[in-house]
Design a protein around this ligand. Structure first.
Ligand SMILES: *Cc1c(COP(=O)(O)O)cnc(C)c1O
Length: 402
């Protein structure tokens, strides 16, 4: 970060939608000598991590852990249940559904993408039409993104399960919860999700480097019928290891495991439902401020219906060049980094400079969100970006419970 101003000294705040703020207890847990990977504390601790991860995902079934980012989890999930030439259906919103579809294409999987655009969720009636039309059940899996991190829309996963059931379609329901796990309410078993992918660096508050594929018995039965599964991505030894090293297909991510243990302790000491409620309240404070700012001037929330907004990330439009100018001003002048706009315009297009995003996932609290909003207000004043008044008061009222 380029600190041009002395007001940027002090602790920096990275408010991008992943990686998220790392709690001190996570950093401290990782700061230690290399542990033995064959016996002792690390092995015991890993056994304790598995049930605690499943409690966050709200599943009684299985989890496979990988040393990878979210893209690796995408590939891992696909590799276990889909063969080249098989077909997936991707009701895509924003950018991340397209990314998962592209990963599938790279594996030789046929993709049927239905693009629902950048400013809203998938339309369950259109999804129903697509599934109903697939009489021969060529579609083997539906790939859905719970929270699309580019548009900040939250899709209705329980509704998608309902549509699959009502159309009698047997496809696996596979969900990307990389942005939402530990932020937005998600119920893997209750909602009938067969495969779910997550990463460690967003709601789970650990530096990037681990990812997870959760799966149920239906998905596991499909996996058992696969003619061939990549040895490295194969979830069976990872989820049901006979020897400890099988958890990771080789050396364990030693320090990440210590960090993850500390992060799961934070989540379960607070309680998963309370974690969700905290994210909702803080998101509502952000929206209240944005509503006030947008009453005059160019600021717009990308998702207009609050019921469809993620509680973990907010995509905003300010018009070029204000988006980039605001981000630059905040990082250089007050030590606050906002996320770039993603998928709304291509880099190189002047319009690209009109978009930005706020990450509010994981280790965040009321004073941080007030600081985030206060910083933005200062930036808009400094840059003469027109905006409505009363934003900080509106956010404070939400945090105060008024
Ligand atoms: C961040 C993110 C990804 C990609 O994760 P990486 O760790 O960057 O590979 C995929 N899907 C969603 C919804 C995300 O938010």
């Amino acid at each position: 970060m380029n600190k041009e101003s002395s007001l940027a000294q002090g602790r920096e705040y990275l408010a991008i939608p992943g990686p998220s703020v790392i709690p001190d207890v996570v950093l401290q847990a990782m700061h230690r000598p290399a542990p033995n990977i064959y016996a002792g504390a690390l092995v015991e601790m890993t056994h304790s991590i598995v049930p605690d991860l499943k409690r966050v995902a709200r599943t009684e079934h299985y989890v496979a852990m990988y040393i990878s980012n979210g893209h690796g989890a995408w590939e891992a999930a696909l590799s276990n249940v889909l063969s080249p030439g098989e077909t997936v259906y991707v009701p895509s919103t924003g950018r991340f559904g397209l990314g998962w579809a592209d990963m599938a294409r790279g594996l030789g999987i046929e993709t049927r993408v239905q693009d629902f655009g950048k400013a809203g969720p998938f339309d369950l009636e259109k999804v129903r039409e697509t599934l109903s039309a697939d009489k021969g059940h060529e579609i083997k899996a539906v790939l859905a993104t719970h929270v699309d991190t580019s548009s900040s829309v939250r899709n209705d996963i329980a509704g998608l399960r309902r549509v699959l059931d009502e159309t009698g379609h047997p496809a696996l329901l596979m969900v990307d919860c990389i942005a939402s796990l530990g932020c937005d309410p998600f119920e893997m078993d209750e909602w009938g999700v067969d495969v779910m992918v997550a990463g460690c660096q967003k709601g789970l508050m650990v530096p990037p480097g681990m990812s997870f594929v959760f799966f149920n018995d239906k998905a596991d039965a499909v996996q058992a019928q696969m003619p061939r599964v990549s040895r490295y991505w194969d979830w069976t030894p990872r989820a049901k290891p006979k020897e400890f090293y099988q958890h990771f297909g080789g050396t364990a991510p030693t320090h990440h495991l210590y960090g993850l243990r500390a992060a799961l302790d934070l989540i379960h000491e607070e309680g998963v439902e309370k974690v969700w409620a905290r994210h909702e309240r803080l998101a509502r404070a952000i929206w209240a401020a944005c509503d006030a700012w947008s009453s005059e001037g160019p600021l717009r929330l990308n998702i207009t219906d609050p019921g469809l907004r993620s509680h973990a990330v907010t995509a905003l439009q300010l018009g070029a060049p204000h988006g980039t100018a605001l981000r630059d001003w905040l990082s250089s002048q007050v030590g606050l980094t906002l996320g770039i706009g993603l998928g709304m315009a291509e880099p190189g297009d002047p319009a690209w400079h009109g978009f930005f995003r706020l990450g509010h996932m994981g280790h965040i609290n009321g004073q941080m969100i007030m600081g985030l909003l206060g910083g933005i207000e200062a930036g808009m004043c400094a840059l003469d970006i027109p905006h409505g008044s009363g934003a900080l008061g509106a956010a404070a009222a939400v945090i105060a419970g008024r």
